[in-house]
Design a protein. Structure first.
Length: 68
């Protein structure tokens, strides 16, 4: 029984030190990516100031007799 306990303890110590060595070398660390820079662009058409500014020019008005 004492031999089994000694083997288990030695295995636990060896595993602990093996994990510590792997962590120090950086093998087990996940790769950290840099966040991609956010593009500053409108999310929807109603957020686009130029779209809103030109909206009346693009759409024909019902009051306009020249509108087709």
């Amino acid at each position: 029984m004492l031999k089994v306990l000694l083997v288990v303890v030695l295995f636990a110590v060896a595993t602990y030190y093996l994990i510590r060595v792997i962590e120090r070398r950086g093998v087990a660390r996940p790769v950290r990516r840099r966040p991609e820079p956010r593009q500053h662009r409108p999310v929807a058409p109603d957020d686009d100031e130029e779209f809103l500014r030109n909206l009346d020019q693009r759409r024909p008005h019902p009051e306009d007799p020249d509108a087709g």
